[in-house]
Design a binder for this molecule. Sequence first.
Ligand code: IMP
Length: 189
Amino acid sequence: MDVTLVTTNPGKLREVREILAPFHAAVSALRRKLPEPQTSSLREVARSKLEAVSEVPGWVLVEDSGLFIRSLGGFPGVYSAYIYGIWGLDPLLELLRDRPRDAVFRTVAGLRYGTRTWYRLGECRGTIARSRRGTGGFGFDPIFVPEGKRRTFGEMTAAEKASVSHRARAMRSVGKLLVRETRSRARPD
Ligand code: IMP
């Protein structure tokens, strides 16, 4: 089935395409910058993104992600895009110099078909590296080491990142849902 992913981030598009391919979902991008409301909930952001593209027909997919650092009270969390935009990576590393480094990446995927909506959460626990490593991926990838691994997301191939990432977990759950829903729609009453 065809799915429209609303994003301006080519890194997200690449990942979502690869993750949903085994579920026979063909993902095309609608490059539209959507408003992100000031809220403490990724789900609320995903909901408002879906609402902002209510005219788009068919399967519509949005996602909102954030990096939550425990010793910073969950910062940057829902403000990750804003903080990444104004700081990049170094001030975050500086802030963490003498603090515990455990963190969790979260993605909330929002899916809509007609009047129905679904939300799926994916999480990946890990730690913030002492310095940036690797050039793969995007955003905070060079400083995030997933639990049980030594390398940062930035040092991994796309497939390695997808084997553990927050986005892959949320999107695989979306993939299963798409398969289930399209099968039930195809079934004669
Ligand atoms: P948003 O979902 O576009 O609001 O993303 C929040 C911020 O987190 C952006 O700066 C992204 O670049 C960053 N981000 C989102 N997902 C990932 C990821 O998988 N790896 C690294 N950074 C990410």
